[in-house]
Write a protein that binds this ligand. Structure first.
Ligand code: CA
Length: 223
């Protein structure tokens, strides 16, 4: 279990980090909103502890950007303010739980555990085609033992293919699913992206998984 703590107050951060490590969790720490967002976007964490008042980028903005980019990692918000409006704002922005400072470590860790439990119960299953695997919750892709780095668009594209193994996906279907703006169907942008993706997942492997169906579209399958 790996946690990310985004907290600028060094004393609070140390208190949390040390306590969590004693409980057996791996803990990454960011001291401002901007670097915290970067770390959170990697999608490697099981829970994010997020302070609301942060330098560079405030906690609610971090949270909004994470949710906009489909990072579904549970977030526990920390704040010194606790008006109903603040709580509603935080929950509306996509927080899973809320804790007011100062807090007892026992309560904090109980809430973290509850979020981890809930995540384990609701985590979508890992998608698999041959030795290619995609973990939708952690946003991690691998082929065999090797991790594959994808851009967010490539990830969405691969996710679509892997949820439809053996089914031919036309350019129109892909455009509707992966590109959310009014799509100019005269461009070859889909072919370009499919080729990027193919290079990343198939190059160097004898078994090719992403195939062109001439004049129709593409299909992911084990040949
Ligand atoms: Ca703060």
């Amino acid at each position: 279990m790996r946690l990310l703590v985004i907290e600028d107050e060094q004393k609070v951060a140390n208190f949390i980090k040390q306590g969590l490590e004693e409980e057996g969790y791996a803990v990454d720490h960011a001291a401002d909103g901007a670097s915290g967002l970067q770390m959170a976007l990697e999608g490697l964490h099981d829970v994010i502890v997020l302070d609301v008042m942060l330098p560079k980028l405030d906690g609610l903005s971090v949270l909004q950007q994470l949710r906009q980019q489909n990072i579904t990692t549970p977030v526990l918000l920390l704040t010194v303010r606790a008006t109903i409006e603040d709580k509603v704002l935080g929950l509306d922005a996509g927080a899973d739980d809320y804790l007011t400072k100062p807090f007892a470590f026992e309560e904090f860790v109980a809430r973290v555990r509850a979020l981890l439990r809930r995540r384990a119960e609701t985590a979508p299953p890992i998608l698999q085609v041959a030795d290619l695997a995609l973990d939708p919750a952690r946003r991690v892709v691998s082929r065999g033992e090797k991790k594959i780095e994808l851009t967010p668009r490539e990830f969405t594209l691969l996710d679509y293919f892997m949820r439809n193994p053996g089914r031919v996906l036309t350019r129109t279907m892909i455009a509707n699913r992966v590109w959310d703006y009014t799509f100019d169907s005269t461009t070859n942008v889909i072919d370009v992206y499919v080729n990027y993706l193919r290079k990343k997942i198939d190059t160097g492997h004898d078994t090719k998984l992403l195939h062109t169906v001439r004049g129709v579209g593409y299909v992911m399958k084990v040949p």
